[in-house]
Design a protein around this ligand. Structure first.
Ligand code: MN
Length: 487
């Protein structure tokens, strides 16, 4: 299905036909030019001059599945009472692009005719007021429309809208329940569906085992060939790899049949399975599916959504867990990994398929898994928690590094990073906010995008960055608590 964004330009009927024709021609030109620089087409819809025109185009936007969001701009002045009825009913993400057709004020040319035509500076203020008055969630981007930095910001907002749709259509397949006694991976699924749209349901592990028994040797041969093409096989235990292929094919088949884009499982419920899915879960994540260990459906769905917000709707993002620290002064790092399931989209090198004993859980046989080091570079970790009555999304900026040691006996994929503002303050902030041990780590979705996403989904957002202090964060959380209780 096509994905597009609608460009709605505000005006009124006081300017005469010539001005309005110029506005429409320029709006079309801008939409065409911008579409070349953006990941999705921006379609010019209308130069709106009345309440009924605005209400009509917004109703159309709500009902058209191909419309992922609207972008508004006022070349001329557009009285905002005309927008109230339309905006009140808007159900799509909304970006107010405060731009201007011309780059410069033309010294010689400028006269009152020019001023009448080019009045975005006050037109966009009138337009902004009504959205503020209506307390609407919106993204405001100001700047010249041909500026590549401005275009990048619009591109990022478009990706956020892809994440909004991914959320509203999210279905999560749970194999088994949450790990016994764990708190942070729990949550109110009904509230989550109301707020975020997720359908989170359980399928029996026995049904998966039954589906696995139906997978043919030929199908396994084909997936094995794919593994071989993408990864280095560093084990003689081919049967273990083939067993993971069987698990992957069966899980994918069940998810696709049920429209699920994310799944969770738990090592405490592997009834009838020989191995915890390792390579299988990793290769499913590589294809854009979300995953959460120990029944963590929240991190699983967030991983699928954040991946969808990345490059080509399957970005460099994956399920992660804070494992252990390096606390040497001046060289403080977190080491992130999981029992098996780290997404190869995070890899700096070609992943190796290895088999090792896994002591935890009920693994009868050594599970195959991908082993690699994570990339260096700026990234974020994100955790969605249920505060009771509301969801809180916590995002921390991190700087991933090439692991500072080999760790030759660590049989899993790993990522090493420095959390902002520094490791120990960052840990204090994270724990203060209640962030989970499970996160989604992303190299191509940043905090601004997740802040935009949280605003649209109407959930609390907390950002830990280079300037965050524990004292400042405590105050912010205290105020947030009050605000969210009043809503
Ligand atoms: Mn875990």
């Amino acid at each position: 299905m096509k994905k597009e964004f609608w460009f709605i330009v505000g005006s009124q009927d006081l300017y005469g036909e010539e001005v309005l024709r110029t506005v429409a021609t320029r709006a079309q030109e801008m939409a065409t030019e911008l579409s070349k620089a953006l990941p999705y087409p921006l379609v010019y819809k209308v130069t709106a001059m009345s309440n009924s025109q605005i209400t009509d185009v917004i109703r159309e936007a709500n009902y058209d599945d191909s419309c992922y969001g609207i972008i508004t701009w006022c070349h001329t002045f557009s009285p905002s009472k005309m927008w109230i009825n339309g905006l009140e009913g808007l159900q799509k993400p909304y970006c107010h692009f405060a731009t201007q057709y011309n780059l410069e004020i033309p010294n010689e040319e400028i006269d009152m005719d020019f001023m009448n035509l080019n009045q975005a500076a006050h037109g966009d203020r009138e337009h902004g007021f009504i959205a503020a008055r209506l307390r609407m969630p919106r993204k405001i981007i100001a700047g010249y429309w041909k500026d590549s930095e401005v275009q990048k910001r619009i591109a990022k907002w478009m990706r956020v809208c892809i994440g909004v749709r991914a959320s509203k259509t999210m279905r999560v397949m749970r194999f088994g329940d949450n790990m016994r006694e764990v708190a942070v991976t729990e949550g109110d699924k009904v509230e989550t569906q109301i707020k975020l749209g997720w359908q989170v349901n359980t399928w029996a592990t026995g049904d998966l085992v039954k589906e696995m028994s139906k997978v043919s040797e030929k199908e396994i041969d084909e997936l094995f060939a794919t593994y071989k093409a993408k990864y280095d096989i560093a084990t003689d235990n081919i049967q273990a790899i083939r067993y993971q292929a069987r698990e992957e094919i069966a899980m994918k088949r069940m998810m696709d049949k049920n429209g699920c884009r994310a799944f969770s499982n738990t090592f405490q419920d592997l009834y009838g399975m020989e191995q915890l899915p390792g390579l299988a879960s990793q290769h499913l994540m590589a294809q854009g599916y979300g995953y959460g260990g120990e029944g963590d459906w929240k991190v699983s769905a967030m991983t699928a959504i954040i991946k969808a917000m990345g490059e080509n709707e399957n970005g460099s993002s994956g399920f992660m867990e804070d494992y252990t620290y390096h606390l040497v002064k001046g060289k403080e790092y977190s080491l992130g990994a999981h029992m098996l399931e780290v997404c190869p989209s995070l890899a700096a090198n070609k992943p190796r398929i290895e088999t090792h004993h896994l002591g935890i859980g009920m693994n009868e046989k050594d599970p195959a898994r991908l082993v690699f080091d994570g990339k260096a570079g700026k990234a974020i970790v994100a955790s969605l928690i249920d505060m009771g009555g509301r969801m809180r999304l916590i995002v921390q900026d991190i700087e991933a590094v090439k692991p500072i040691m080999d760790m030759p006996n660590l049989p899993v994929a790993k990522v090493m990073w420095r959390a902002m503002p520094d490791l120990t303050t960052g840990v204090e902030c994270w724990i203060t906010a209640g962030g989970a041990h499970h996160t989604t780590l992303s190299y191509d979705v940043d905090a601004e995008m997740l802040r935009d996403w949280a605003r649209i989904m109407d959930i609390e957002f907390v950002h830990i960055d280079k300037d965050t202090t524990v004292e400042g964060l405590e105050k912010e959380l205290m105020i947030n608590d009050l605000v969210w209780k009043l809503r």
